[in-house]
Design a protein around this ligand. Structure first.
Ligand code: NAI
Ligand code: MG
Length: 365
């Protein structure tokens, strides 16, 4: 089959890292054992779209995103467009609108310890850490009704049973997948003080226990989870499940483990991942965790690994191409193991060289 992918380079280092990520797709589709073709649909989006079209996202791009099997994005925004930040005028508003048309409720951030000596945490502490932070992406105070006056403000932190059930199922699926080193879901909440957390804990427990008896469930208070993640990150190996707010904090915190934002990928999914090759594609939105890094844009030194690993997530979760996804991850690991590092990892390898080294390693697999 042919999968269609809306490709958004975006702003700053976005186009630089996205080019290395799409080049990986070329290697996969031209490989002798290739099982798929990719139809790339590159579009302007964010600041560059404001410059070209006067809007951060045109209706045509939203429509392309709605129809595409998956979306790959670099990053958007930068100082040039900072004045437009509010509402849907600026680059970030465009990202929210695109997410909205794709109905993605699950945000996944795999986090792993990659390269010796790069984490600010002690090496013996982080070695072997490997988990997926799964953040509920539609509920909670981010999107609830808001009240705002000069002297009073409130955000409604609410969850429906059905919203918790679907994210709990997603967590269990991920824990059982080969991407997770353990069949464990650690669910983080504040059930000691928040009513929404009490429902969260109850529904997570009931759903997973009933539908996925082979998955181990651990409940952890979200505040102490932050300390534990820094002191004993391997305790969380498996899946960390959290609501929108706690998941936001825990997923950013997890970035400490590899020691640079540049290597972290992310996925936003609209449904339970494709279980195998040949299943219908699952709509997904894939992007590195980092932003447009205006401080290093145009210098050719950005780390493309977060973007490349985002492509691995796309292959795995949208297209059911586990073998190819694992091969991309292996190629990244062997390139790092061989000692190649971009500047954010205290090395001298350029963006382009890092990309071609990973592709060479991939071709040999
Ligand atoms: P940032 O992630 O762009 O940069 C933070 C620091 O990390 C910078 O020193 C940067 O040089 C470094 N860095 C980030 N990615 C790197 C990579 N791949 N390789 C090497 N070094 C890397 O975050 P910041 O500075 O807060 O935001 C810059 C702009 O990006 C802002 O306009 C912000 O709104 C936007 N942004 C966009 C996101 C998106 O489109 N998803 C996400 C986060 C920020
Ligand atoms: Mg955040």
């Amino acid at each position: 089959p042919e999968f269609s992918i809306l490709v958004i380079g975006g702003d700053g280092i976005g186009p630089e890292v996205t080019a290395e990520a799409t080049a990986v797709l070329d290697v996969i589709s031209t490989h002798p054992k290739s099982r798929a073709a990719f139809k790339l649909l590159p579009r302007l989006f964010g600041g560059c779209s404001i410059d070209a079209h006067g809007t951060p996202v045109t209706d045509e791009v939203l429509e392309t995103g709605r129809k595409a099997d998956a979306i790959l994005m670099g990053a958007v925004g930068g100082p040039k467009w900072d004045g437009m930040r509010r509402g849907f005028e600026g680059p970030e508003g465009a990202t929210l609108r695109l997410r909205d048309v794709t109905q993605v409720y699950a945000n996944l951030r795999p986090c792993e310890y990659f390269a010796a000596g790069n984490s600010p945490l002690r090496d013996e502490l982080v070695r072997g850490a490997k988990f997926i932070v799964l953040r509920e992406n539609c509920g909670g105070p981010f999107y609830g009704p808001k009240e705002e006056t000069p002297d009073y403000a409130s955000d409604l932190w609410s969850y429906k049973r059905s919203e918790i059930e679907r994210i709990a199922r997603m967590a269990a699926h991920l824990a059982l997948s080969s991407a997770s080193p353990k069949k464990t879901v650690t669910s983080c909440d504040k059930a000691n003080v928040l009513a929404s957390s009490r429902l969260w804990r109850k529904v997570v427990q009931e759903t997973i226990e009933k539908e996925f008896p082979e998955v181990e469930i651990v409940h952890q208070l979200a505040d102490s989870a932050t300390t534990l993640m820094m002191m004993r990150p391997t305790l969380f190996n498996g899946v960390i499940l959290a609501d929108n707010t706690f998941g936001d904090i825990l997923s950013d915190l997890a970035g400490v483990i590899p020691g640079t934002l540049g290597v972290l990928p992310s996925a936003c999914l609209a449904d339970i991942p494709a279980q195998k090759w040949g299943d219908d594609p699952v709509k997904g939105f894939y992007e590195p965790v980092h932003g447009s890094a205006p401080d290093i844009a145009g210098k050719g030194i950005a780390n493309p690994i977060g973007a490349i690993l985002s492509v691995a997530l796309m292959l795995r979760y949208s297209f059911g191409m586990e073998e190819e996804a694992a091969a991309v991850e292996k190629a990244v690991n062997s390139t790092l193991d061989a000692g190649f590092r971009t500047k954010d990892m205290r090395g001298t390898t350029s963006t382009k060289d890092m990309g071609s080294l990973v592709r060479e390693a991939l071709q040999q697999l």
